[in-house]
Design a protein around this ligand. Structure first.
Ligand SMILES: *Cc1c(COP(=O)(O)O)cnc(C)c1O
Ligand SMILES: [Zn+2]
Length: 412
C-alpha cells in the first residue's frame, strides 16, 4: 500500500492508520455502525511526483497505469503480464465513443459512451475484482469469497481463475441459472444458500471470519472501491482538454459512483484536469435508496422499495450510501430516477443508435440522460458522457423480451 496515507471513516471522520487497517472487509472501529465504511486516502504530493504525464506515457493502456492511486503493490504478473507493458488480462482503458444519434434521441447536444462491458468478464466490476484479488494475494489469503448473484461474483471468479487463487461464491436460492453457469465455468466453488441474498451475505461474512478468507464484498471492503475509481481517472485522462460537463452512471450500492467521482477529483488535485465534471447518478424508480438519501440525509426502510428488472442495481440497503452522497455533493452532482420502461426503451436506443448492447442496469445510464434533460437537470446544450457498466449478453432473458421476435420466413 505504498502511497496510502490513512483510512478515514465516512461517518465520524475518524482516522485509521494503514498498519491498523482491516485486512479486507471492515468498518470504522469507533462507530458501532455497519454503514460506517472507510475511505482510503493517499499521500498526494508523493503521488504527484511519481504519476507524472511522462511516467503515464510509458505505461500500458489498462488501469494498472494508475498504480500510485491503488491500495496494492503494483504486480500485474499474477494476471499474465509478461512485463512488456501489455499487462496480461486487460482491465480498464475501455473505449469512449461519440454517439451523435443517441445524443439526439436523449435530447442533448453531445453524448459519448464509455463501454465498460468490454472488460474481460464483461462488466465494470472487473476494476474492483482485479484490485481485490491482488490485495488478497498480497495479504497472504488462501481463498477469496463473496456473496452475489451478479457481476461482482462472475468477475471475482474470473480474476481468481487467472491468478490461481480459489474462490467461493455464496449465491441465494433464486440466483439466475446463466449467472451461476459463468461462475462454475470459471471454476469457482459455488454454494447455493437455501435462503435470501441477505442470508447468503451473512453466511459469507461468517465463513470468511471462520476460515480467514479474504472478503470481497465490495461495499464494506475499502480497497475494492479504489478499483472502481480508475474509471474516473481514465475519463479525466482520455478526455482531458475536451471534458464532458456531466458523467452519468447507474447506482446500486453506490460504490461505482463514489469511485468515479473520487477519481475525477483526484485527477483535478493532481492537475491533469482543471475542474472535475459533475456526476449524475441514475437509480431505478423502484429502488431509489441513495437518491432519497441524497435528498433527506438518511436511509429509508428496506420495505419502501418495490424492485426493478435491472438486477445489478436492485439494492434496497446500499451500504455505501454515505460515500456516494458525499462524493456526488463534492462534484455538485445530482440524481434522477428512471422506470423499468425507460430502461428497456434505452436498451433498444443504445443498441440501434450507437451499437452498444447494454444490460438493463447499464442502459439506465442512457435512460438517465434523457430523463435529466426532461427535468432540466442537464441542459440541452450540454456535453455528456455515459458509463455503460455491463454487457447485454449478461442478461439475455430481458434482452429477448425487449427485442421481440425475428421475422420468420421460408427458405427458397
Ligand atoms: C454493480 C453494478 C452497478 C452499480 O454499482 P454499485 O457500486 O452497486 O452502485 C451498475 N451497473 C452494473 C452493470 C453493475 O454490475
Ligand atoms: Zn467512525
Amino acid at each position: 500500500m505504498g502511497f496510502v496515507s490513512r483510512l478515514v471513516c465516512v461517518k465520524c471522520g475518524g482516522e485509521v492508520t494503514p498498519d491498523k487497517a482491516p485486512a479486507s472487509a471492515g468498518t470504522c472501529p469507533r462507530c458501532d455502525d455497519p454503514f460506517a465504511v472507510l475511505d482510503v486516502e493517499y499521500d498526494m504530493d508523493r503521488v504527484a511526483d511519481s504519476m507524472t504525464t511522462a511516467a503515464l506515457a510509458q505505461r500500458g493502456t489498462n488501469h494498472w497505469r494508475y498504480r500510485e492511486l491503488l491500495p496494492v503493490e503494483h504486480d500485474a504478473s499474477v494476471f499474465g503480464d509478461g512485463g512488456n507493458g501489455a499487462a496480461g488480462w486487460p482491465v480498464g482503458w475501455t473505449p469512449i465513443t461519440e454517439a451523435p444519434r443517441l445524443a439526439a434521441w436523449a435530447g442533448v447536444e453531445r453524448l459519448r459512451v464509455k463501454d465498460d462491458g468490454r472488460n474481460p468478464t464483461s462488466s465494470f466490476k472487473d476494476r474492483a475484482s482485479s484490485v481485490g484479488v491482488l490485495h488478497a494475494l498480497q495479504q497472504g489469503a488462501e481463498r477469496i469469497a463473496c456473496a452475489s448473484t451478479g457481476n461482482a461474483a462472475s468477475s471475482l471468479a474470473g480474476w481468481a481463475a487467472v491468478a490461481g487463487i480459489p474462490a467461493t461464491i455464496f449465491v441465494p436460492q433464486r440466483a439466475p441459472a446463466p449467472k451461476i453457469a459463468q461462475l462454475l465455468i470459471y471454476g469457482a466453488d459455488v454454494r447455493r444458500v437455501r435462503g435470501t441474498y441477505a442470508q447468503a451475505y451473512d453466511l459469507c461474512s461468517a465463513e470468511c471470519d471462520r476460515g480467514g478468507w479474504y472478503n470481497r464484498n465490495c461495499a464494506i471492503n475499502p480497497y475494492l472501491v479504489e478499483g472502481k475509481k480508475t474509471c474516473g481517472l481514465e475519463i479525466a485522462e482520455q478526455t482531458a482538454g475536451d471534458l464532458p460537463e456531466w458523467v452519468v452512471v447507474s447506482v446500486g450500492d453506490g460504490c461505482t459512483i463514489a469511485g468515479i467521482a473520487k477519481g475525477l477529483v483526484e485527477m483535478q488535485r493532481l492537475g491533469f484536469i482543471g475542474r472535475a465534471p459533475r456526476v449524475l447518478g441514475v437509480q431505478a424508480a423502484g429502488v431509489d435508496a441513495i437518491a432519497r438519501a441524497f435528498e433527506t440525509g438518511e436511509l429509508a426502510a428496506e420495505k419502501e422499495f418495490s424492485g426493478t428488472l435491472a438486477d445489478s442495481i436492485d439494492v434496497p440497503v446500499p451500504r455505501n450510501w454515505r460515500k456516494a452522497v458525499q462524493r456526488v455533493r463534492e462534484v455538485e452532482g445530482a440524481f434522477v430516477r428512471v422506470t423499468d420502461e425507460e430502461i428497456t426503451t434505452a436498451m433498444k436506443a443504445a443498441g440501434s443508435l450507437a451499437g452498444v448492447f447494454a444490460e438493463p442496469a447499464a442502459a439506465a445510464s442512457i435512460a438517465g440522460v434523457k430523463r435529466a434533460v426532461a427535468e432540466g437537470v442537464i441542459q440541452a446544450g450540454a456535453s455528456v458522457l455515459s458509463v455503460v457498466t455491463g454487457s447485454g449478453l449478461k442478461d439475455i432473458e430481458t434482452a429477448k423480451r425487449v427485442a421481440g421476435e425475428p421475422t420468420d420466413v421460408d427458405p427458397l
